[in-house]
Design a protein around this ligand. Structure first.
Ligand code: GLU
Length: 439
């Protein structure tokens, strides 16, 4: 049985980079008919906020990425303590006492000597007396003692991957104040929750190597790992600083449609073209994590615009009927209104502008050289209410009276009636106008 998890830390709002991870794990679980766990990595009580937990749930719900179970690491601290005791008893967890400044100094010295900045395990040489003294003086933290061997795994995206454990510092699993750190909590959860597949960003590759050893030390079997590349901006620039502006809630507020964002992210960085899908189930069917490449993936938020417009244009009336009614569009013309505007809006919220125009009329746009022409045309306008034939009959008459034709005939009238150069067919606009046009 396939079990995946999406494990955000509730220290901020989800952004497009997080969504890539969430979506891949979701799609893998759903495709296999397995379980998708939302795991809240909240072992850091200072940085974790309940408000962000709510926001994460809300954002995933908006996208339709439903989870089968929610787990919170803060509710599982006893489990981590029990595992820490086991690792201590097995001699795999040792207490170290270096302060961050001391560690920094060590690293600088190593780098100066051209050596990799790997923790030197000085703490292993401390006597019990020295440890007691240091513990009383400054408190200690706990490191996992890596086995200095090559760690290998078949990565679902990177292919065969290996890291020499001797090139990695023994990871700190427990902080001086007793706080369980990410590696510890994550490994215990992945093992105890039977997680079979973990997809996460390429920034976790080294973590994966150490986690594979810790899982083995616990007698567990490692999940299949896949590390997706990190997203960059359109020019290949790092996105990390801009991710704050790519929060899912901001995209939502900007009118982006869930299927636009999901369709894009389910393919971006893969060898398959982006295809707009109508629902999650067709995305699930077409998903294959092995199609993704290791190279950084360019993401351009601008791409969401045209995709959103296409999603909107394809929405059935029923899914917008509520919003249309809320705008005050009379029920009798609501369906007609939707058919007329659907292809002419970039986001749902743009419906409001069209309705205001149909209801109240627009401020006409009339070029100086068209003034006389428009005045003459308006004198020929049939009486309100306008019907489906009004536009054709009117413009035929105007053509005859003025000799104008084609764009020179239609564009000034479109601008005079709607105030916009582009929009729905004028024959369809006229019947929706609720008030007579003022000449
Ligand atoms: N909370 C971790 C993060 O957001 C989870 C990483 C993982 O998937 O293991 O980076």
């Amino acid at each position: 049985m396939t079990v995946t998890r999406f494990a955000p830390s509730p220290t901020g709002y989800l952004h497009i980079g997080n969504l890539r991870t969430a979506l891949f794990n979701y799609l893998i679980a759903r495709k296999a008919g397995g379980t998708f766990i939302l795991r809240i990595d909240d072992t850091d009580p200072e940085r974790s906020k309940e408000e962000y937990v709510d926001a994460i749930r809300e954002d995933l719900e908006w996208l339709g990425l439903t989870w089968d179970r929610i787990e919170r690491q803060s509710a599982r601290l006893e489990r981590y303590e029990a595992v820490a005791d086991r690792l201590r008893a097995d001699g795999r967890l040792y207490e170290a006492f270096e302060t961050p400044t001391e560690l920094d100094l060590k690293r600088k010295k190593q780098l100066n000597m051209g050596r990799p900045p790997v923790y030197d395990r000085a703490a292993l040489a401390l006597s019990e007396d020295e440890k007691d003294r240091l513990r009383a003086e400054r408190g200690g933290h706990w490191r996992f003692k890596l086995d200095h061997a090559r760690i290998e795994w078949a990565d679902g995206i990177l292919g065969d991957t290996s890291i020499d454990a001797a090139s990695v510092s023994d990871p700190v699993l427990i902080r001086g104040d007793g706080q369980m750190l990410y590696t510890m909590a994550s490994v215990v959860d992945d093992t105890e929750m039977g997680v079979t597949d973990v997809v996460r960003g390429a920034d976790h590759v080294t973590n994966t190597a150490t986690q594979i050893q810790i899982i083995a030390a616990l007698g567990g079997s490692a999940p299949r790992f896949a590390h997706h590349s990190l997203l960059t901006g359109p020019q290949g620039e790092a996105l990390s600083k801009r991710l704050g502006t790519l929060a899912l809630r901001d995209l939502r507020a900007g009118g982006v449609e869930p299927m636009a964002i999901l369709s894009l992210l389910a393919r971006l960085g893969s060898s398959d073209p982006v295809e707009l899908r109508g629902d999650l189930s067709s995305l699930i069917e077409g998903f294959d994590v092995s199609r993704f490449g290791a190279a950084p993936t360019k993401f351009d938020a601008e791409d969401l615009g045209p995709l959103t417009a296409r999603v909107v244009a394809a929405l059935p009336f029923e899914s917008v009927a509520g919003e249309i009614a809320a705008l005050g569009v009379p029920e009798g013309i609501a369906g007609q209104f939707w058919d007329v505007v659907r292809e002419n809006i970039a986001t749902r919220s743009e419906m409001a502008g069209w309705w205001a125009l149909f209801r109240d009329g627009a401020a006409p746009e009339i070029a100086e050289e068209d003034r006389a022409f428009v005045a003459e045309a308006f004198a020929l306008l049939p009486p309100h209410p306008y019907g489906p034939e009004t536009w054709g009959a009117w413009t035929a008459q105007v053509k005859e009276a003025t000799g104008r034709k084609g764009r020179g005939l239609f564009m000034p009238l479109r601008l005079a009636v709607t105030g916009r150069a582009r929009g729905p067919e004028m024959a369809e606009v006229m019947p929706l106008l609720q008030k007579p046009l003022a000449g």
